[in-house]
Design a protein around this ligand. Structure first.
Ligand SMILES: [Zn+2]
Length: 267
């Protein structure tokens, strides 16, 4: 009986917290829309507006309704890299079927050696932030000797699986470009939910090129990283969305590898 009385105010607090808008939703953690396996299966209909997603972070990556390009959220501004490689700022009313965002607050900053490539960056972050079971958001700003990126053109229904779309993905090699890598390192336990390991997008300083990063070599660059100590929140699409009919039982690790990694280094 005593226990019941103790719980009553707790429930009231929880209900109150659920009803009022949080001052900074998602602070210290990641908020994501849907799951990577749903995207791999072709659930490309957008379910959350950019205006809504922006409440949960000022930094992130993802894609757009109908898989219409690569998303970069940097310093609170959304950018879309279209299938032809051009970049624009999408309207806040546009929606996303899959994205991950956080409020980026760097707790580590260091200059990186010239010549650094993607495997070397991953090794460096792993040494710097060895907590492999935590999420880490990071950005690398600087001058790049080259960045190989891809984007994807908008799809029409019936949607094909992601791995079929990316087989013909437009790829671009940017030479001598200043810009920012925007990425996450996610723990292995997110398998099926997000991308375990590293996932990076790139945006040029002139906002004229970017995309999903396949490989790069940096000239001079600075790493800023934010170890995330809080939760992962998943915004599941509303009832009736295609998400509900997707079969999420198969292991799609092989498809993920093929869809997201550099074709040149895939084994
Ligand atoms: Zn990507």
């Amino acid at each position: 009986m005593t226990r019941r009385f103790l719980f009553a105010p707790l429930i009231a607090v929880a209900l109150f917290a659920a009803c009022r808008p949080s001052p900074e939703p998602g602070a210290g953690g990641i908020t994501q829309v849907a799951t990577i396996d749903a995207l791999l299966a072709g659930a490309y209909d957008g379910t959350v507006t950019l205006a809504e997603l922006r409440r949960f972070g000022d930094f992130g990556i993802g894609t757009f309704h109908a898989l219409d390009g690569e998303m970069i959220l940097l310093d609170g501004v959304f950018y879309k890299v279209r299938g032809d490689g051009s970049v624009g700022e999408p309207p806040q009313s546009e929606t996303t079927p899959f994205a991950s965002v956080t409020h980026f607050r760097a707790d580590v900053r260091e200059e990186l050696p010239a010549g650094l490539d993607l495997p070397a960056l991953e090794a460096r972050i792993d040494r710097l932030l060895p907590q492999a079971n935590r999420f880490c958001a990071f950005r690398v700003r600087g001058e790049f000797r080259h960045v190989r990126v891809r984007s994807v053109p908008a799809q029409s229904k019936p949607y094909r699986p992601l791995v079929a779309v990316t087989r013909n993905q437009p790829m671009f090699t940017l030479q001598g470009v200043r810009g920012t890598l925007v990425g996450f390192r996610s723990p292995s336990f997110v398998k099926g939910v997000n991308v375990p390991g590293y996932h990076l997008h790139f945006l040029a300083d002139d906002r004229r090129s970017g995309g999903h990063v396949l490989e790069f070599t940096a000239a001079t660059s600075t790493l800023e990283a934010d170890t995330l100590h809080d939760f992962l929140t998943i915004r599941l699409p509303a009832p009736g969305a295609a998400f509900e009919k997707v079969d999420l039982t198969p292991d799609r690790s092989g498809e993920l590898e093929e869809a997201e990694k550099n074709p040149a280094v895939r084994d």
